[in-house]
Design a protein around this ligand. Structure first.
Ligand code: ADP
Ligand code: ZN
Length: 435
């Protein structure tokens, strides 16, 4: 089944004509309303009139996460705040998080795209959707929520956490679908089992999982443990949130990208050169309908590849492979995006902490754990109140990491020179997760 039969199955040439028309409009609009774009287009020697074909987009400069940080919080908005009806932010309350805004029409578009995702997963208004994506500043919860309502399904806005209660609701309300991160789905399955509940006998039929990388093996495991069909959904706040691309039941090979709203390219992450379909590279997206927060050639840092072969479902939208990694050092811990540099900034703001630290990420059971090992200055160990001082420092770090980044970490303070250095350099991240 297809939610928007007309737009999801356009003949490619009609779709491309529509894309070109929309691209011209958005390039014009950002040039005239966003100071940043006027500047970088001028610097690159391009003007909106240079867009004659879709291929001309290549001549325009990329937008990076750093650009968004430099224009924090609202500098990239293309409409006045009076037209913005919603704000979201990706990880953290520090000045480094990414703030995104939506007009009423942007919210409508996003809701429709999420509704398209649910229909691609075989859902209808008769379904009950257990939405365990986090509600709040993250886009996951509200994004899926609005999509479910748009479809007319019954949504349970359970949000994340409180796993025992979630399991009770799964049993009592009998939802037919669940949305959450894939690792949380495994966690629910295992905790339920440990509580003596037959998780395969629940009413669940399908799961829409995303916001973090997962593998084919994880899919198998989730499908077996919960007796459901598990589908992959992709998105990022900068584009709008979840619902940029979604697998269909028929294909289950790559996620259809909603190309009537987003243009996609894959590039060589080092050289910036545009790659042909099928080749692995960094995904770059351009929004062509967004009003409040349009982005031109946004570098996602997500590595994937594009499939252009037709799909059995009838959608003509190209597909992207599951995300295979990142071209930067961003970690996703329990669905929360964390950059080592953010942790570093928090650590270094604390007196007595040395700039030598290591982040150890593991998956215990199905939950990601983060341990921060950090060296503290010599003088602390010669302090009479050594133990107390260390305890306070540890507590402060745990609290600051939780407050600013929203992740729980275990902190281990170590003596100077304890953390191994290779060629003088500390290995900042040890990601031991086998996903
Ligand atoms: P979200 O709330 O959708 O996670 P964020 O902006 O916080 O939005 O995070 C977006 C990032 O999450 C993406 O750039 C990508 O790295 C990761 N991500 C989202 N969906 C998936 C997915 N299905 N598979 C792998 N990674 C994903
Ligand atoms: Zn398909």
């Amino acid at each position: 089944m297809i939610y928007n039969e007309e737009f999801e199955t356009l003949p490619r040439e009609v779709l491309e004509a529509l894309q070109l028309k929309r691209l011209k409009q958005v390039i014009q609009r950002v040039y005239h309303t966003v100071g940043f774009y006027r500047r970088v287009f001028d610097e690159a020697g391009v003007t909106p009139d240079d867009i004659k074909t879709l291929d001309d987009l290549k001549r325009f400069p990329f937008t990076t996460k750093q650009d968004l940080r430099d224009n924090y919080p609202f500098g990239m908005f293309a409409v006045p705040m009076s037209s913005v009806v919603r704000l979201h932010a990706s990880s953290g309350t520090t000045g480094r998080s990414t703030v995104v805004g939506y007009t009423k029409r942007d919210i409508d578009t996003w809701s429709e795209l999420m509704a398209r995702c649910f229909v691609a997963a075989g859902l209808t208004k008769n379904d009950i959707i257990h939405n365990a994506y986090g509600y709040g500043l993250f886009t996951g919860g509200l994004g899926a929520h609005y999509g479910a309502e748009k479809l007319g399904a019954s949504v349970i806005p359970i949000s994340g956490g409180n796993t025992k209660r979630q399991i009770m609701i799964l049993q009592d309300f009998g939802p037919t679908a669940i949305c959450c991160t894939p690792s949380y789905a495994l966690n629910l399955a295992e905790q339920g089992k440990a509580m003596g509940i037959d998780m395969k006998a629940l009413n669940l039929r399908v799961g829409v999982f995303g916001a973090e990388p997962w593998s084919e093996q994880m899919r198998q495991e989730i499908e077996n443990l919960l007796n459901i069909t598990a589908l992959n959904i992709f998105g990022l706040s900068e584009m709008m949130g979840p619902g940029v691309a979604m697998e269909c039941l028929e294909g289950r090979h790559g996620m259809h990208i909603f190309e009537d709203h987003f243009l996609v390219e894959t590039i060589n992450a080092e050289t910036g050169e545009v790659l042909p379909p099928g080749e692995e590279g960094e995904l770059v997206f351009t929004t062509i309908t967004k009003e409040a927060f349009p982005l031109i050639r946004y570098r996602t840092r997500d590595l994937s590849r594009l499939f252009t072969e037709p799909c059995r479902c009838g959608r003509t939208l190209h597909r992207m492979d599951r995300v295979m990694g990142r071209s930067d050092d961003m970690l996703i811990i329990r669905g929360v995006n964390v950059f080592p540099s953010q942790i570093e900034a928090i650590l270094l703001a604390i007196e007595g902490v040395e700039p030598h630290y290591q982040l150890i990420v593991e998956r215990t059971g199905n939950l990601d754990t983060l341990e921060i090992q950090v060296e503290v200055g010599e003088q602390i160990f010669s302090n009479a109140d050594e133990v107390k001082v260390l305890q306070n420092m540890e507590r402060r770090i745990v609290k600051d990491i939780k407050d600013y980044l929203g992740v729980s970490a275990k902190v281990k303070l170590v003596e100077p020179k304890t953390i191994q250095r290779l060629e003088g350099k500390v290995i900042r991240v040890l990601d031991k997760r086998r996903i």
